[in-house]
Design a protein around this ligand. Structure first.
Ligand SMILES: [Zn+2]
Length: 257
């Protein structure tokens, strides 16, 4: 069964044109983290190909395993499944895929445990959490409890932070899970629900999302960043669009343009 799943998900190929996976990665920088529950390797494929635009990319974590990730348990290193361990030079081994059952075991495998531990660190300190396509269903009770515990780890730190949910058009706000309601409450209801990635803060202020949030919340700024993503974007247009931001980043300048 697991072999069949591996085969199936290993064959999922990203389309050659620009996708939202590419834009999602390009909207973030090295201080950020994408936490995924997906088994397919679309995010990894996008991560690799946007390297031709920038190396300043977020960390990516797979909390339920991923067919594109490999691990060397001897050296506790991980990377692309097709690569070799950078310490001992042996091929990487596949990581487990966790099934959608009520009681998942997040502790029995060292790779999964490690991914969760890094995710918890990022979530506990996050100035902005964007939830994209994950409703925290009741079947993921264990995950929900861990996410909630991580976000509330430091008392009161999220009062000026924000949570944004990207959902399908026509989504009913009453359907938001108790987990995300809890996140909303800790940020003093600095919360948004948008019906498309393009309307999210990530797309409206790529690579400067937190700076934009700060300008709005603390400075009362009503302006809009000039650099933002749109549905018409291509790899070429995005590369040109982001260029001024990338040039500034090399000087440590993360101001909004
Ligand atoms: Zn090794």
């Amino acid at each position: 069964m697991e072999k069949k799943l591996y085969e199936y998900f290993s064959n999922v190929q990203i389309p050659s044109l620009l996708t939202i996976y590419d834009l999602l990665i390009l909207s973030l920088t090295e201080k950020d983290c994408i936490v995924s529950f997906n088994w397919d390797s679309l995010l990894i494929q996008a991560y690799n190909r946007v390297a031709k635009i920038t190396w300043n990319r977020p960390k990516i974590l797979f909390l339920h395993g991923n067919v594109g990730a490999g691990v060397c348990k001897d050296c506790m290193t991980f990377g692309l499944i097709q690569n070799y361990c950078r310490k001992c030079g042996k091929p990487y081994n596949a990581v487990p895929l966790l099934y959608p059952v009520e009681q998942k075991d997040y502790n029995s495998d060292s790779f999964i445990r490690d991914q969760w531990s890094v995710a918890k660190y990022y979530i506990s300190k996050a100035g902005k959490v964007t939830i994209f396509g994950y409703s925290a269903p009741s079947s993921d009770k264990e995950a929900s409890e861990i996410l909630k515990a991580a976000f509330s780890k430091h008392d009161g730190v999220h009062r000026l932070d924000a949570v944004e949910i990207i959902e399908r058009p026509g989504f009913n706000a009453n359907e938001i899970s108790e987990t995300w309601q809890y996140f909303f409450s800790l940020t003093n209801y600095h919360s948004d629900i948008v019906d498309s990635f393009y309307n999210s803060y990530l797309a409206q202020a790529p690579r400067r999302t937190l700076q934009y949030q700060y300008q709005q919340f603390i400075r009362g700024w009503w302006g809009q960043p000039k650099i933002h993503f749109s549905k018409q974007d291509t790899f070429e247009s995005v590369e040109t669009l982001l260029k001024p931001l990338l040039v500034n980043e090399e000087q440590g300048d993360y101001s909004i343009i």
